[in-house]
Design a protein around this ligand. Structure first.
Ligand SMILES: C[S@@+](CC[C@H](N)C(=O)[O-])C[C@H]1O[C@@H](n2cnc3c(N)ncnc32)[C@H](O)[C@@H]1O
Length: 319
């Protein structure tokens, strides 16, 4: 979908372990700028960067800032952007990062290592705020029950470990059951998305890519759950399909009016059985891709593309 070409400049907004960057660099004699907000991923990438003699540069920044970062470097237009949204296998597998309910570690969950941690949220947010974070970002139907259990537990002692939180959730929602997701899955997802402001980052990253791509440049996004995929889908639809006429008396939009993208695939591309058996973590992935037109970038409207708001004041949660 990205179709890298010789001499092109590509942004890999989610460098991680560098799998996507490497594939792009192998596909054509092009340049890649890799972004990762995680310092460990950025540092581990220096070996790959050295192996590609100046064709791969890395930036320890959020991808929502890609246009500012590149413009400061004198690059105003690029040929493609890829985003592989979410946490990396490395982040989940390392207990110390605090993303995993399966491995005990500090209740952290910060990809960038700065700002609010999951422990700040769990121990400082009001019960209503906790319930909204877990309901909206975790899509947990029993979020109020979860929030009540957390508030009750933290009265005795602060909740500082992922294992402690997982045990509280298991007790509140019932234990692990065969064939079901772990009872802590949705609440952990909700906290992680809130801590890292992942949905706002995604929306801002899509808009930054829209501003940076040259006409004919491509934006390819892989996401892993419905909240993210809905934002990607609505973003592309808002830019690739003419807005419906408010009434049949309203004037018709001009030919190709201001649509900034053309979809490269109808709907999302999903992995086949062979890919899932080779890589089970690809199971829930959905890829969407579009090509940039000549039209100007459109303003970003959170509500129109489905970025939910939980109305929580982050400043009040800082220690
Ligand atoms: C799913 S992994 C990417 C894996 C990568 N495609 C690979 O081949 O190894 C997502 C990575 O993106 C990073 N990340 C997530 N959100 C980010 C953001 N807003 N800005 C920059 N990096 C981000 C995470 O730290 C993580 O390393």
């Amino acid at each position: 979908m990205l179709r890298p070409s010789e001499g092109g400049i590509y942004v890999d907004g989610t460098f991680g372990a560098g799998g996507y960057s490497r594939a792009i660099l192998e596909a054509a004699a092009c340049r890649v700028v890799g972004f990762d907000r995680d310092r460990a991923a950025y540092e581990a990438g220096s070996a790959l960067s050295a192996a590609y003699d100046g064709r791969l540069s890395l930036v320890n920044e959020r991808f929502s800032r890609m246009d500012q970062v590149l413009q400061a470097d004198g690059i105003s237009q690029i040929d493609g952007v890829v985003l592989d949204i979410g946490v990396s296998s490395m982040q989940i597998d390392e207990a110390e990062r605090g993303f995993s309910f399966a491995k005990d570690g500090p209740l952290d969950m910060r990809m960038g290592g700065d700002g609010l941690s999951a422990a700040d949220v769990v121990n400082r947010a009001g019960e209503g705020d906790l319930a909204r974070i877990i309901a909206v970002y975790g899509e947990e139907r029993k979020a109020r029950l979860v929030a009540r259990a957390i508030v009750r537990a933290r009265l005795k002692a602060p909740i500082l470990r992922t294992g402690e939180l997982a045990a509280i959730l298991e007790k509140a929602l019932g234990g692990k059951r065969a064939g079901r997701i772990h009872p802590a899955t949705r609440s952990f997802q909700g906290l992680r998305i809130f801590v890292n402001q992942e949905l706002e980052e995604l929306a801002e990253g899509l808009a930054a890519a829209e501003r940076l791509l040259r006409p004919g440049g491509r934006l390819v996004v892989v996401s892993f759950h419905s909240l993210e995929d809905r934002i990607v889908k609505r973003f592309f639809n808002s830019r690739a399909r003419p807005a419906p006429r408010p009434s049949r008396h309203a004037p018709e939009a001009g030919e190709g009016a201001a649509l900034s993208f053309t979809l490269l695939h109808k709907g999302a591309v999903t992995p086949g059985e062979a890919e899932i058996s080779r890589n089970p973590r690809a199971r829930s992935s959905r890829l969407r891709a579009a090509e940039r037109s000549h039209a100007e970038a459109m303003p970003l409207d959170y509500a129109a593309i489905g970025v939910p708001s939980v109305g929580v004041n982050r400043g009040e949660l800082l220690p």
